[in-house]
Design a protein around this ligand. Structure first.
Ligand code: F0G
Length: 473
């Protein structure tokens, strides 16, 4: 059959609200034009994130009833540890409540002033956790990864020459580890090839530096490798995932993505001394090493989710349904990041609203418009999230790209929901010349996008915008 169906049927339903434009205008104003500040019940289709938003399976729910809630030595921990160890091969599996807790512990131990942490692209919480220790977070993505129109199959790859130069310049004294984010969320959910992981490992090891994976979306990365990397098509995706982990010396993992759970994560390590120090810190901030900030039932759900996510019917459906959204937008002339990533479709706001300059947050403007049009919540990944003020001159430094991420929660929405999203985006794109930029009225010192307050730019309408395509990258 040509039609790829959702490989599940629905046993429990959760109503969503259909709202009207006038109420959405009130809601957005009260939220200071920040979609993180909008109550979920005011959202019709929530594509803010694919993190912690998955629908769990009947087997995960039944595993939850089997959770052992003992403080120490819980049976659920040992089940989880066995599954995570069989998948990753890491000697030490340290449970945490979510990915950033693993980052906080890891960089609390290996970071610090003067340290440099290179990556293909750090996700925002990773960067913040590195920088919080006084270390520098470096993004060394290949050039293709920064070009929204490039159809390179592995746009998440790290630039190996830049990595080599970084390691030569700083050495193992200053570079505690090299990180690869698979898939590369900040760069559009693009995969890293096995070849690139292998070469990054060799480069890092040559300088005596370990390689870590930010493994949140390891299954999607492994499936991309299966589909796109020469010689990988006939391998079970589980084998590819295991090989990815086998090339690394450790990982941080937010199981809220490819763990198919609503909460959970872990830190995987091979270094015994680092693991021992990590467990000490874990006890301080998360909990005892056999639960680490989670309930026994959460560990059960995570163990089950880590197995389910490697089901190839599931992964095929996941990729086909995400591509369905991307293909329809592309066909309608809406500028999107290509090729479509695993967990999300990204609108390229620099071309979508070419008349809005980066300092007026074009991607935020499009995100607000999608909410006003149809109650769709997306997230800005552009200059609101990553833009900076130059310390010396105070000048605005824009992000490399201005993207609106439409993240697809796992196993949650059906094709008709996605058809609704497509229709709304095409409408908004048709009326894009009317969209205005925004000004910041308040910002926090770290991760400002979560709490920033904005207001629509005042003054006369923007000059006529040329057709999309003027800015190509
Ligand atoms: N690394 C990557 C690549 C991520 O995408 C995230 C979270 C984290 C680390 C942190 O994990 O949320 O469990 O603490 N990304 C979410 C998102 C928030 O919406 O993409 P966490």
């Amino acid at each position: 059959m040509k039609t790829i169906i959702e490989p599940f049927r629905i046993k429990v339903v959760e109503p969503i609200r259909i709202t009207d434009r006038a109420s959405r205008e009130r809601v957005l104003r009260a939220a200071h034009y920040n979609l993180f500040q909008v109550k979920a019940e005011e959202v019709t289709i929530d594509l803010l994130t694919d993190s912690g938003t998955a629908a769990m399976s009947s087997q995960q729910w039944s595993a939850i009833m089997a959770g052992d809630e003992s403080y120490a030595g819980s049976r659920s921990f040992y089940r989880f540890e066995e599954v995570a160890r069989a998948l990753t091969g890491f000697r030490h599996i340290i449970p945490v409540h979510q990915g950033r807790a693993a980052e906080k512990i890891l960089f609390g131990l290996v970071g610090g002033p003067g340290k440099v942490v290179p990556s293909n692209s750090h996700f925002d919480t990773t960067r913040a956790n590195v920088e919080y220790t006084g270390a520098t977070a470096l993004d060394l993505l290949v050039a293709e990864g920064k070009d929204p129109a490039s159809e390179h199959p592995f746009k998440g790859n790290i630039d190996l020459r830049a990595l080599q130069a970084c390691l030569e310049e700083h050495g193992p004294e200053r570079v505690p580890l090299v990180m690869l984010t698979v898939t590369n969320n900040s760069g559009g959910g693009q995969p890293v090839s096995l070849e690139n992981i292998r070469a990054a490992r060799e480069t890092a090891h040559r300088h005596g530096v370990p390689l870590f994976l930010d493994a949140c979306r390891f299954a999607e990365n492994a499936y991309f490798i299966k589909l796109r990397e020469p010689g990988q098509r006939d391998r079970p995706v589980r084998d590819i995932a295991r090989e990815m982990f086998s090339l690394a010396d450790g990982c941080t993992m937010s199981a809220k993505k490819d763990g198919l759970v609503n909460i959970g994560g872990f830190l995987g390590l091979n270094d015994d001394s680092l693991a021992s120090r990590a467990r000490n810190l874990l006890i301080l901030i998360e909990g005892f090493p056999t639960y680490g900030g989670l309930a026994g039932r959460d560990l059960e759900a995570m163990a089950q989710g880590l197995a389910e996510v490697l089901d190839e019917d599931y992964l095929n459906y996941r990729f086909v349904s995400t591509a369905y959204l991307g293909d329809h937008l592309k066909a309608a002339g809406v500028p999107i990041l290509l090729p479509v990533g695993g967990h999300a479709v990204y609108l390229d706001a620099r071309r979508f609203v070419a008349h809005i300059p980066p300092e007026a947050f074009p991607a935020q403007a499009v995100a607000c418009e999608l909410y006003l049009e149809a109650g769709i919540r997306s997230v800005e990944i552009g200059s609101l999230m990553f833009g900076k003020k130059d310390q010396a001159t105070g000048a605005f430094r824009p992000a490399a790209m201005e993207l609106v991420r439409l993240a697809i929660p796992r196993r949650v929405y059906t094709q008709s929901h996605i058809d609704y999203v497509i229709e709304a985006i095409i409408e908004v794109h048709g009326a894009r010349r009317r969209i205005r930029g925004y000004d910041l009225t308040w910002e926090a010192p770290y991760l400002r996008h979560f709490t920033a307050r904005l207001q629509p730019r005042q003054g006369p309408d923007r000059p006529e915008c040329p057709d999309s395509g003027r800015h190509s990258g």
